[in-house]
Design a protein around this ligand. Structure first.
Ligand code: MTE
Length: 334
């Protein structure tokens, strides 16, 4: 078993929450999104958040396909480093924002069920020395997937605690060697007119796009996720590869990425194009600055049944990320 590498950026309390690498095995070239695989250690039982239902999630879930081959949802621990309970697998996979499919959170999962995510390539180019088209099957082999238990805070004031699987984005960026002119990273979601029912409507500018400053993209907390709860991502959560930036509002976590481009200027983004006064480029979680439509002071933890909890500056990752924003006015919506 491989050990988590030491990191100069991430302090120990976050570090501990990642636990050990979960190395996927037996992921073949063909097959369903939930391909047969095994993790290299026996995970702790996964139970529902307190006060709701103490039945292990793995027992109450309906098998989705080929029951003998589908691994059960698993996580190495039941809480994040703040003691917040993991959100149930069922909630994470059935309460989704994925506007290419539906504006209704409960409708995304059934509409996205047959979204084809194999084969899949990710083109990484722009201001780099080694532009590369990565095949997703190679990505699974190339990078050790580790568990990262992160809070996901949506600007709509709901949140989840998700045991992601993935690897730091910097590991992929390192492979393409950004040039000194590269200052930002631009991301693009697949535009699949055949399988994404809403992308033919012109209420938004498609494809979904996002961006990060280069130092944010290189931060060790920023990951590309390939799975959650020990399983491959399902389409509704952004299969096969999505971004996760835990100190920013959830809309930065772009799903089903097909293109990553290193650029010199701050890129236009999907939500910023739609309503710039509502969706800033930075979108760092900040309880003191309300969104025009939603107070950001508190949040509802989906499925936890514990009422509203206080929202934390940078979603609780202040110690790790605040230094990147020195001098920024924290009373202003970015
Ligand atoms: N990515 C794409 N391509 N399309 C989307 O509509 N929604 C964003 C983000 N990534 C979105 C997206 C928003 S608003 C949120 S809150 C998160 O995905 C939700 O992720 P989840 O459905 O896995 O919880």
């Amino acid at each position: 078993m491989k050990k988590i590498p030491s990191s100069s950026i991430t302090p120990e309390h976050i570090y501990r929450s990642r636990r050990k690498f979960l190395k996927w095995m037996g992921i073949g070239a063909a097959g369903a999104a939930l391909a047969s695989c095994a993790v290299d250690e026996k995970p702790a039982a996964v139970t529902a958040p307190s006060g709701e239902n103490e039945t292990p999630v793995s027992e109450e879930l309906e098998p989705q396909e080929a029951p003998t081959e589908t691994p059960l949802p698993s996580a190495s621990q039941m809480t994040d480093e703040l003691g917040r309970q993991l959100t149930r697998y069922e909630d994470i996979t059935n309460y989704n924002n994925y506007y290419e499919f539906s504006l209704n959170k409960g409708a995304v999962a059934p509409l996205a069920r047959d979204f084809p995510t194999r084969p899949w390539t990710i083109e990484v180019d722009g201001l780099v020395n080694t532009p590369t088209i990565f095949d997703m099957e190679d990505i699974y082999q190339m990078f050790d997937e580790e568990e990262r238990i992160y809070r996901l805070r949506c600007v709509e004031a709901w949140s989840m605690v998700v045991p992601w699987l993935g690897f730091p984005l910097w590991k992929l960026l390192e492979k393409v060697e950004p040039t000194s002119d590269a200052k930002y990273v631009y991301f693009e979601t697949k535009l699949d007119e055949e399988n994404m029912p809403l992308v033919n409507r012109d209420m938004f500018v498609w494809p979904y796009t996002e961006g990060l400053r280069l130092d944010e993209a290189m931060h060790d907390l920023t990951i590309l996720s390939t799975g959650l709860y020990g399983q491959r991502l399902l389409p509704q959560n952004g299969a096969p590869l999505r971004l996760v930036v835990p100190w920013k509002y959830g809309f930065k976590s772009i799903k089903s990425i097909v293109k990553i481009k290193l650029v010199a200027d701050q890129p236009r983004t999907f939500w910023n194009n739609y309503a710039p006064q509502e969706y800033g480029f930075y979108a760092n979680v900040n309880p003191k600055v309300d969104h025009p439509r939603w107070s950001q002071a508190t949040e509802t933890l989906v499925g936890a049944g514990i009422g509203r909890v206080e929202t934390l500056l940078y979603n609780g990752y202040e110690e790790e990320v605040a230094s990147m924003y020195e001098g920024m006015d924290l009373t202003v919506w970015y």
